[in-house]
Design a protein around this ligand. Structure first.
Ligand SMILES: Cc1ncc(COP(=O)(O)O)c(C=O)c1O
Length: 361
């Protein structure tokens, strides 16, 4: 059985988590600080805030951007619903704009900012960074949902250093994992502080931020927040996985190159833009009868996946009309994600290619 995604856990990952279990602090403390410092270095950002999921990262990033009631967030329908849902969680509204038919990312030419638009949230679909430079020129705060694209670069600059705020997910199918987990990256100290506060109940202990003369034990809840902390055990795993990021990205790239060469002319594939070094989380193909191909592959023990049913067609978003984003709606009906993970062998890839060639016609 071949799933579409799977974590890569090796002996050193297990040893790192075991060692962390015997440390004094199982949450908060040096393991978290070290993971944040290493993540910031790897992604070219001044600040990294690790949190308990990619969803929590979006919630923290949007809160840091000041998104709230009366504000609007603009995003793509071709994403996991959390990208939009976390705006609703803050009392804001969501507007969906259409994607580019080639790279399948939110198209900056179709995004306009009105008086209410507080955040634009492009998604690095499948691991290719969206056109972040163009979004940054529009005006509102840009939160790049980089759940798919840790390790990717745009014009030579790492994802994490491009937008006002960037979010990662460390779910097991992603390029590196902490079981569940995520992170917020930013170069802005004020945004970083707000995200940190939101991660931890809005709780402030720093004497410099408390009334003068506060006793040593004092703390204040200064803003609304949650418990979105990542444990030391997860950070130990994350640190070990982060060291392997270049190897994982490289193996994923090899697999994608093999798929692309063999499936050229057989199925439609995502365009890769000039100046982009993707870090592939997904390998997606486009076929007219996607559901038939999905079923045929399942019959051969190959479990492909659909990324994504459009968010604006979900019952939660019933006030929205997916016909207003026709490119995304069409793409979403044709896309299928084939198996892609580092431990996939060339023989596995060739088996998938043969099955696609047999059934895609
Ligand atoms: C584009 C995108 N955004 C957000 C998320 C949410 O991440 P998590 O599952 O870590 O909460 C995911 C993960 O599925 C995702 O793919």
């Amino acid at each position: 059985m071949l799933p579409y995604g799977r974590q890569t856990i090796e002996d050193d990952d297990v040893a790192a988590v075991s060692a962390a279990m015997r440390a004094e602090l199982l949450t908060t403390g040096p393991e978290i600080d070290a993971f944040e410092a290493e993540l910031a270095t790897a992604s070219g950002a001044r600040h990294a805030i690790v949190v308990s999921s990619g969803t929590a990262a979006l919630h923290c990033a949007y809160a840091a951007a000041g998104l709230g009631p009366g504000d609007e967030l603009v995003t793509t329908p071709l994403t996991f619903s959390a990208t939009a849902n976390m705006a609703l969680a803050l009392g804001a509204s969501v507007r969906f704009a259409d994607i580019d038919d080639g790279d399948l990312c939110l198209d900056p030419a179709r995004v306009s900012a009105g008086a209410k638009t507080k955040v634009i949230a492009p998604v690095d679909y499948a691991g290719q960074p969206a056109k972040i430079d163009a979004f940054m020129r529009i005006g509102p705060c840009v939160v790049e949902d980089a759940s798919h694209s840790i390790g990717a670069r745009l014009s030579g600059k790492p994802v994490g250093s491009l937008a006002h705020l960037t979010t990662f997910s460390f779910h097991p199918v992603k390029t590196i994992t902490t079981g569940e987990g995520g992170a917020v990256l930013t170069n802005d100290a004020t945004l970083a502080q707000r995200a940190r506060d939101f991660r931890n109940h809005g709780l402030v202990r720093d004497p410099a931020r408390l009334p003068a003369g506060s006793p040593k034990h004092a703390y204040e809840i200064q803003s609304l927040g949650f418990n979105y902390r990542l444990t030391a055990l997860q950070c130990a795993l994350g640190r070990c996985q982060l060291k392997k990021l270049p190897r994982f990205v490289a193996r994923r790239a090899q697999i994608v190159a093999r798929y692309r060469a063999a499936l050229d002319g057989v199925v439609r594939m995502q365009t890769v833009r000039e100046g982009v070094d993707p870090a592939w989380h997904l390998f997606v193909v486009r076929v007219r009868d996607r559901d038939r191909l999905f079923a045929a592959l399942a019959g051969e023990e190959i479990f492909a996946q659909v990324h994504y049913p459009p968010v604006n067609a979900m019952p939660l978003y019933r006030a929205h009309d997916p016909r207003q984003t026709p490119i995304a709606t069409r793409a979403a009906s044709e896309l299928l994600s084939l198996p892609l993970f580092p431990s996939l062998t060339d023989a596995d890839v060739d088996r998938v290619i043969a099955a696609v060639k047999k059934h895609a016609a």
